[in-house]
Design a protein around this ligand. Structure first.
Ligand SMILES: Nc1ncnc2c1ncn2[C@@H]1O[C@H](COP(=O)(O)OP(=O)(O)O)[C@@H](O)[C@H]1O
Ligand SMILES: [Mg+2]
Length: 386
């Protein structure tokens, strides 16, 4: 126990019981073939939910949950993605196939050994060949569409061979469009491709997550998106006051007053990552009476680590807009334009980009707000220019 900055599961996992139960129930129901699409701001707990569901599914004979985050793919190109995902799927299926080696070892071993190992498995020749291909293909020779096809066919094949259902959880799925093929991004075209493959499958259930509302809309939420109505869509909200408090009191090894709990909730907006972060700081301080200082200190110092790079990568205009929104508490393109002396159209365009980056959301017509309350506070503390 104790505070953690890595995804929470098991005894670290708080709240969201209804959702997790619902997911487990649906994903294990042989009469339903429907996965979930989770969306919600960064650090709200999507990965934790996927991993908690995976944990709950792990004990079952008939279900094989595979978790893979597109964010772990590096270098960010199609062939790396295909090798990594293919390897992960194979590793999770390893015991069921009585496979003697991990995918990583097979990749390094000579083709002759690989072939011999695969031959010993009780799987069809066809599937064996596909496994060999995924582990050994020459990325310079293969077409990206074919690679995508091969890797998304693997879970279906293995599920069929082992009489299981594969729950394929692809975390941060919309960023699959950013993968490079040669010099350019593969783009949204890949979504249609995956969708077509997925549609024909019976034993694979896809679950996806995404942090940026706009890209999730392009992928699955809007009626024009390739995966429209292919998922049970769930928005993940920050923790409620009650569970935010529980997260602290359960992990903190000292007493903490109700007022301070309220303060933490207010500052973090219930986003569990920041609650964990502040909890860690409080834990490491000898006294709890200076919590106001601890919170301020945490936001300032840790905020630098968390936000600086991203903020520095923004264009000067975007930075100016963010600072104006925080400092002058303005929300409409026109108001922002007034504050920073710029054309409203230019502001609107920049706000579009900021939405795509997941920094800003459009709450209603002409009303934009900064999504992350801690980011907002960090900006507020750091930039006193206005
Ligand atoms: N249900 C939860 N209970 C406790 N802590 C959580 C919970 N969900 C998320 N967290 C914490 O919040 C942080 C971010 O969670 P994560 O699942 O990675 O969010 P996301 O995937 O939405 O960015 C992690 O430090 C994790 O420990
Ligand atoms: Mg995540």
């Amino acid at each position: 126990m104790g505070f953690t900055l890595t995804p929470a599961e098991g005894e670290n996992f708080i709240d969201r019981q209804e959702l997790v139960d619902d997911m487990v129930r649906t994903l294990t129901n042989r009469n339903v073939r429907m996965g979930f699409a989770l969306y919600g701001v960064r650090r709200v707990g999507k990965t934790s939910i996927l991993k908690e569901v995976r944990r709950r599914l792990r004990g079952r004979d008939d279900i094989v949950p595979v978790y893979f985050s597109i964010w772990t793919v590096a270098p960010k190109n199609v062939s790396t993605f295909v090798k990594a995902l293919g390897s992960e799927i194979l590793n999770v299926y390893q015991p069921r196939l009585s496979l003697r080696y991990k995918a990583g070892e097979l990749i390094k071993s000579p083709v002759s050994i690989l072939r011999k190992t695969i031959k010993e498995l009780k799987i069809s020749t066809r599937v064996g060949e596909d496994i060999e291909f995924l582990l050994k293909f020459d990325s310079r020779k293969e077409e990206y569409g074919d690679l995508i096809k091969r890797v998304f066919t693997l879970p279906e094949q293995l599920a069929r061979e082992t009489d299981t259902r594969c729950i394929l959880m692809l975390d941060e799925f919309p960023t699959i469009t950013d993968l490079k093929n040669g010099n350019g991004k593969i783009g949204e075209e890949v979504l249609g491709l995956v969708r077509t493959l997925y549609e024909e499958q019976q034993n694979t259930i896809l679950c996806i997550s995404g942090s940026i509302q706009k890209t999730m809309a392009t992928t699955a939420l809007s009626s024009a998106s390739p995966f429209y109505r292919q998922f049970l869509v769930r928005k993940i909200e920050p923790l409620s006051n009650r569970y935010a408090r529980e997260l602290i009191t359960r992990n903190l090894r000292k007493e903490i007053g109700s007022e301070l709990l309220s303060k933490i909730f207010e500052v973090t907006g219930g986003i569990p990552f920041y609650i964990q972060l502040i909890g860690k700081q409080i834990e490491s301080m000898p006294e709890t009476d200076k919590i106001d200082d601890i919170i301020e200190h945490t936001v300032k110092e840790e905020g630098d680590v968390i936000f600086n790079e991203e903020f520095c990568r923004m264009s000067p205009k975007e930075q100016e807009i963010i600072i104006a929104m925080v400092k002058s508490k303005v929300h409409s393109p026109r108001e922002i334009a007034n504050v920073i002396n710029e054309h409203t159209d230019t502001i609107s365009k920049s706000l579009d980009y900021l939405q795509e980056k997941g920094m800003v959301e459009k709450e209603r017509r002409g009303f934009y707000s900064i999504i992350d309350p801690v980011f907002s506070l960090w900006i507020d503390m750091k930039y006193d220019l206005y």
